[in-house]
Write a protein that binds this ligand. Structure first.
Ligand SMILES: Nc1ncnc2c1ncn2[C@@H]1O[C@H](COP(=O)(O)OP(=O)(O)OP(=O)(O)O)[C@@H](O)[C@H]1O
Ligand SMILES: [Mg+2]
Length: 367
């Protein structure tokens, strides 16, 4: 168990900065997911926590202990690599025992730990099987087992489910989360898949271009995005953005969208160029909704339909009511759930206000 802290962490490769001045406290016992698009610096951040890469600036502390320039072995954290980083010609027991033999643990202790891990992962019956002959799921369990037997202070995982098919990934997500609920070992998990992040995380850290944009609970990230990037990266289809080119005064709470007057949360400061953000599921489609438009497209998502409506303020997506999916070309009205509207600054793309901002407690500290 461990608290991991990164302070003003920076990593520059020749003239390219992969991680920019990032600070974050990962609380003891939490499952934290680093989420962001390809190249945003997730792996680089994780490798610095693991000690596989040294930062060019800043510090890493594990339980208040500065480990920034310590070697991986001296940090007591376990990196869980992808599925097949096992010795295929060894059996499961030998694979699991390997890191413990390396540490020079006595035979009796090794035996005890292997029994424990086999029971936790329910692989007792596989202990003498060769890894090369196992199914993907069983191999993944063994790979996890190899990290667990060491009883490290923290698990670090870089897209460990990346090579698995969708159905199996979901299964492994559930298993990983259950395992974490039992072991409560601080875990840092890297992915670019928002569904994986939502399913697993106590806290999500959204990164882009080497910067931490938001660190929060999954609900916080979804409902109170810190900026337009986070708002559009999370949720499918993404949040609707409607540019508002009228001065929104401090304390004023109405804007015009496609000729209709819409109540918005009060801004703390006046802003002449804002963006109104609202998710498709927070718009009611009806005959008398105030924002008028024509259905341009309908898309089926299994559990619901999404309609795309052409309005004079641009295309707006909304969830269609069950059993009343309008046809393309129909004239419809959109009713915004005003308490769900968030306002951004058009220039900085940062959150200006949301109806419930003041009630929302930040889940993690970062800056
Ligand atoms: N050794 C290196 N030398 C030069 N550039 C590097 C090196 N390692 C990483 N980078 C660059 O740093 C940036 C961040 O890389 P990183 O691997 O951390 O991204 P990532 O978020 O893990 O992306 P992905 O989702 O594709 O794995 C990328 O632009 C990458 O090309
Ligand atoms: Mg990566």
């Amino acid at each position: 168990m461990a608290q991991i802290q990164i302070k003003n962490l920076q990593k520059t490769f020749s003239d390219f900065t992969a991680v920019k001045n990032s600070s974050l406290i990962l609380e003891d016992g939490k499952f934290v997911v680093l989420l962001g698009p390809s190249g945003c610096g997730k792996t680089t951040t994780l490798r610095m926590i693991a000690g596989l890469e040294f930062p060019t600036g800043g510090q890493i502390l594990i339980d208040q202990d500065d480990v920034t320039y310590r070697r991986p072995r001296e940090r007591d954290v376990a990196m869980v690599f992808q599925l097949f980083a096992l010795y295929p010609h060894f059996n499961v027991r030998e694979n699991l025992a390997f890191p413990l033999k390396n540490e020079g643990l006595p035979k009796a202790e090794i035996g005890k730990r292997l029994d424990e891990v086999a029971a936790i992962l329910r692989i007792e019956h596989l202990m003498n099987a060769r890894v090369g002959g196992l199914s993907g799921g069983d191999r993944q369990r063994v790979a996890l087992g190899r990290a667990i037997v060491r009883k490290p202070k923290a698990f670090l995982m870089d897209e460990p489910l990346g090579t698995l098919d969708a159905e199996f990934r979901e299964l492994m997500c559930v298993e990983l989360r259950k395992l974490h609920d039992r072991l409560k070992t601080t875990t840092v998990f890297v992915t670019h898949d928002q569904n994986e992040a939502m399913a697993l995380a106590d806290h999500i850290v959204v990164m882009n271009r080497g910067e931490i944009l938001q660190a929060d609970t999954p609900e916080g990230i979804y409902h109170f995005p810190s900026c337009m990037f986070v708002a559009s990266f999370i949720g499918r289809p993404p949040m609707n953005f409607v540019p508002i080119n009228e001065v929104v005064l401090q304390g004023r709470d109405e804007v015009t969208v496609a000729g209709a007057s819409i109540e918005v949360p009060r801004l703390n400061e006046a802003c002449s160029k804002t963006v109104l953000g609202i998710r498709p599921e927070h718009i009611r489609l009806s005959d008398h909704g105030p924002v008028r438009g024509e259905v341009a497209h309908v898309e089926y998502f299994g559990s619901h339909w999404i309609t795309e409506v052409m309005t004079s303020a641009g295309r707006i997506k909304a969830v269609a009511p069950k059993g009343a999916v309008p046809a393309v070309g129909c004239h419809v009205g959109l009713g915004f759930q005003t308490e769900r509207i968030v306002m951004f600054n058009q220039e900085t793309e940062l959150l200006l206000a949301s109806a419930t901002t003041s009630h929302h407690q930040q889940g993690m500290s970062h800056g």
